[in-house]
Design a protein around this ligand. Structure first.
Ligand code: ARG
Length: 394
């Protein structure tokens, strides 16, 4: 049997290579998908897979597609689940899609992934695979054999699988251009502060430059198109902004997160660009969308994030919501300036051609309309409350 395995080079998927060979008698084709994780790790990944006995390794660069088809939509939807910018969640869909494509091209009978039965990723993988290729068998060896981390480590040692988690730092890390997630080890105790060693993209706010820095982001129809006046691709812009905002300690997120299965998990993220871009995008929407649009879109955005988090990217509702979101974004064009300062980011300026802000109308300095017109409006304000009080004889 030929199996295409989504391979990251980490412990779970490395163990999975061997398990597939040993317990499933499979020929394993490993597939790595570049969604902007550490290039150092990707460089060695093919060699590592072959050393574990994979018959072939296929690498797919999906960075541009990830940014343009997934991250851009998330920015337009202000995509946050309980405060989490959905980085891992979003990336699972293109990874699973590429896995299916490789499996079909290589005529594999099954696809495999290293997810455990506790997390969210199994939902995202399995739904994507079964929607794209209903006949393809799905194997998740760690889940099927009900292995815990200790057993995995034992198996790894026994089979000479290099264990990437360093002793004393047993973190499970997932990374792509939209964010980095760190779980496990001491982080599992929510009483304890996340140790500084878990961070790789952000400086401690206390070690950030003393002088704040302002960045300017230009949006066109909801999508970031320029940074500090320089036009660039989404990929480049996000990479640059991760570096800049990370230097200022912006984008550290600590959460108790409600997983799909109902488990509460202690999650830590670094997502400097995502934090700044979502904040800036929202600030621009406040300037150009009506009060009614903003209120309704908040509900839409929330539902969108829930779907994406829960493995339901391919639910028709997600596409319906995107149609609404895209309609609102036609006017979300303009510039937002954000000040980065020792772990915090703050919108300090915004402008837009379709701005609904009317300085003349709102200004204290001059009156753009006759103030006395307000009197008539107020007479009707709270009308129903006034009637009720009268009925009750008050
Ligand atoms: N809690 C986040 C999510 O479900 C991040 C999961 C990170 N995954 C990982 N294998 N470390 O999307």
């Amino acid at each position: 049997m030929k199996v295409a395995l989504a391979y990251s080079g980490g412990l779970d998927t490395s163990v999975a290579v061997r398990l597939l060979q040993e317990k499933y008698k499979a020929d394993v084709i490993t597939v790595s998908v570049d969604v902007g994780q550490d290039p150092k790790e990707l460089k060695e990944i093919g060699k590592k897979a072959r050393r574990l006995g994979a018959i072939k390794h296929v690498h797919v660069d999906a960075r541009k597609e990830f940014v343009e088809e997934y991250v851009f939509r998330s920015i337009k939807a202000n995509g946050l689940y309980e405060g989490y910018p959905l980085s891992t969640a979003l990336a699972r869909y293109p990874i699973a899609s590429k896995l299916v494509e490789v499996a079909q091209r290589e005529k594999a009978e099954a696809v495999a992934h290293g997810c455990t039965g506790k997390g969210n990723d199994q939902f995202r993988f399995d739904t994507t695979i079964s929607i794209k290729a209903p006949k393809l068998k799905i194997i998740a060896p760690i889940r099927e054999l009900n292995l815990d981390r200790k057993q995995e480590l034992k198996y790894a040692r026994k089979h000479g699988i290099p264990v990437p988690v360093k002793v004393g730092k047993p973190y499970s890390i997932d990374e792509n251009i939209w964010g980095r997630s760190i779980e496990g080890g001491v982080l599992e105790d929510p009483k304890r502060a996340p140790p500084e060693e878990i961070y790789a993209w952000t400086r401690a706010p206390s070690k950030a430059p003393a002088k704040p820095r302002v960045v300017e982001i230009a949006f066109k129809e909801g999508i970031p198109v320029a940074l500090d006046g320089k036009r660039m691709s989404g990929l480049e812009l996000i990479c640059k902004l991760n570096k800049i905002a990370g230097t200022y300690g912006v984008g550290r997120i600590e959460l108790i997160e409600d997983r799909i299965l109902g488990l509460k998990a202690r999650e830590n993220y670094e997502a400097p660009a995502a934090a700044v871009l979502i904040q800036a995008h929202r600030a621009l929407e406040q300037l150009v969308l009506t009060k009614q649009e903003l209120a309704f879109k908040q509900v839409v955005d929330q539902t969108w994030a829930d779907l994406v988090y829960s493995g339901l990217w391919f639910d028709p509702l997600r596409e319906d919501l995107d149609a609404f979101i895209d309609a609102t974004q036609r006017r979300v064009t303009g510039n937002v300036r954000v000040e980065l300062n020792r772990g915090s980011s703050r919108v300090v300026g915004r402008s837009a051609p379709y701005s609904l802000y009317d300085e003349e109308l709102v200004s204290f300095e001059k009156f753009g309309f006759d103030q006395r017109d307000a009197i008539g409006v107020i007479k009707f304000h709270a009308l129903q409350g006034k009637i009720l009080r009268k009925r009750m004889g008050k």
